[in-house]
Design a protein around this ligand. Structure first.
Ligand code: 2AM
Length: 201
């Protein structure tokens, strides 16, 4: 079985910027810099045939590249039940458009539709038992965090491997977006960081 999700990889410099958060909040389990990503669609466990079908419909996604910005912090859950700390992602329209296309492709491959609303974010920490006041203070202290523009010129089918030290995400396949003028130069920089070992399911 493959535990899959579709998302955006982040350039190394943005991962480094996010890594600067990784202290000063007791009880937080920080996401390792190499694992930070933006989830477009969580799929879950599927067999090899379903994974190949998903790969095939994702290859048919035809849409333009765009820029995304990271801006400010937020949390999922409330009070002692706060589950995650994230950085908000913003893109005028490109991100929602791509997410819609990915959703249709995944459903066309036979997966059940997503019922939750898309809220673009990059998770930076998770909590087992949260200290709400400390988290609130941390969010306020780092509220001015900004990164971008980040050129989104491809999206990725990730496999999640669950281990003792937390999950590790492997790129199984990636899918190029049509390059637009504003993202062309950024794309070259991002392309040079792309792993060479991405393998189709
Ligand atoms: P996140 O984007 O908020 O961190 C791989 O597990 C990715 O899929 C994670 O980034 C995770 O959340 C996202 N995801 C969404 N729904 C999930 C679910 N039901 N179980 C596990 N991960 C999920």
């Amino acid at each position: 079985m493959y535990r899959l999700f579709v998302g955006l990889a982040l350039p190394d410099d943005v991962r480094e910027q996010l890594a600067r958060f990784n202290h000063g909040l007791p009880g937080a389990r920080w996401v390792a810099p190499e694992n930070t990503h933006l989830t477009l669609r969580f799929i879950g466990d599927v067999d090899r045939h379903a994974a190949a079908d998903i790969d095939s419909t994702l290859q048919g996604v035809d849409t333009d590249s765009f820029d995304v910005w990271l801006s400010g912090l937020g949390v999922f859950g409330q009070g002692r039940k706060t589950r995650a700390l994230y950085v908000r992602a913003e893109a005028p329209s490109g991100l929602t458009h791509l997410q819609g296309k990915v959703e249709s492709a995944v459903v066309r491959a036979g997966q059940p539709p997503e019922t939750r609303k898309f809220s673009p974010h990059v998770t930076v920490a998770r909590f087992r038992s949260a200290h709400p006041d400390r988290i609130q203070a941390f969010v306020e202290r780092n509220g001015l965090f900004r990164a971008g523009p980040i050129a989104v010129t491809r999206f990725v089918l990730f496999e999640s491997h669950m281990g003792k030290g937390g999950s590790i995400y492997e790129e199984l396949a990636d899918y190029p977006l049509n390059l637009t003028h504003s993202t062309k130069d950024e794309a070259k920089r991002f392309e040079s960081q792309r792993p060479e070992h991405a393998v189709r399911p």
